[in-house]
Design a binder for this molecule. Structure first.
Ligand code: NAD
Ligand code: ZN
Length: 256
């Protein structure tokens, strides 16, 4: 079935709804915009207070950690404190609802905040999880925290004494191979790929919609703003994810 070309704001096109309902196989790729309505700043939004002097891109790198481990450590603990106060929003709940009721709905996120999981979704977290920390030397030790770690410096690994670091993927680092493979498989299997709240600038995540398009799949971008994907996506929904995704669930008449 050929979906309608072009853009919409509200009111999901019926041909697209029919396509999703008939296929039942969907992949959802999300980015920081999906958590914006929970009060978690995206990387491209201005930051507050203490951190205005730094660009996130300059803190989320192996070089930054090598140069100033305490600063990077404290920035991650500050981000944890924002996330700890946040709740999943309608977009996270809608993604979990799609996953519960469609035949096969795989969720891939670039977010490290754990809000998809808190809303009940199973996700492939391409860039790791801010609530996990691991040994920098990769001796195998990692642990999960539930609140910010107030120690001013990265603590030593209990197993080998190398510094601990956030278990997230920094700019310039490789993604975990198994998670990336699961994401590629998800996109290959899906008839429809929903891409929500990502600027599409960070690779290899940004390549996933391109792979779907190359296979002739329907790619729906959900983002109030233009991104590099906007020019090539099959359909664009110019609305916030926290409005558009609940509306999709309603239009598909999915149970809660
Ligand atoms: P990004 O900051 O580059 O882009 C965010 C995108 O979301 C923008 O295109 C913006 O127009 C859009 N957006 C803003 N509000 C929206 C809304 N309500 N609904 C839909 N779209 C909305 O984020 P990115 O593409 O995810 O890439 C940045 C990197 O930063 C990723 O690697 C990610 O791991 C990391 N990051 C994660 C978090 C988080 O875990 N919550 C937050 C900031 C950055
Ligand atoms: Zn160790």
């Amino acid at each position: 079935m050929t979906p309608p070309a072009g853009s919409f704001e509200t009111g999901w096109p019926s041909a697209l709804l029919d396509e999703i309902a008939a296929a039942g196989t969907v992949a959802v790729l999300t980015g920081a915009g999906v958590s914006a309505a929970s009060g978690i700043p995206t990387f491209r939004e201005a930051q507050t207070g203490l951190w205005t002097r730094f660009r996130p891109e300059d803190l989320a790198t192996p070089e930054a950690f090598a140069a100033n481990p305490a600063r990077v450590w404290q920035w991650y603990q500050w981000r944890r404190s924002l996330i700890a106060r946040a709740e999943p929003n309608g977009a996270h709940r809608a993604v979990a609802r799609l996953q519960r009721h469609l035949i096969d709905c795989r969720v891939i996120t670039q977010n490290v905040d754990g809000l998809h999981e808190r809303a009940g979704a199973r996700v492939s977290a391409l860039h790791g999880n801010i609530w996990r920390q691991r040994c920098q030397r990769r001796c195998g030790f990692s642990e999960t925290a539930t609140e910010p770690d107030d120690r001013p410096e990265p603590p030593p690994c209990p197993a080998c004494a190398a510094p601990m670091r956030p278990d997230v993927v920094w700019f310039g680092e490789s993604l975990p191979a198994d998670v990336l493979k699961a994401a590629v498989t998800a996109v290959e299997h899906a008839e429809v790929v929903l891409v929500a709240g990502t600027s599409g600038l960070v690779y290899p995540a940004a390549a996933l919609p391109e792979q779907a398009l190359a296979r002739g799949r329907t790619v729906v971008e959900i983002n109030p703003d233009d991104t590099p994907l906007s020019a090539v996506a099959t359909v664009r929904c110019r609305n916030a994810a926290d409005a558009a995704l609940p509306a999709l669930c309603e239009a598909l008449a999915l149970p809660d």
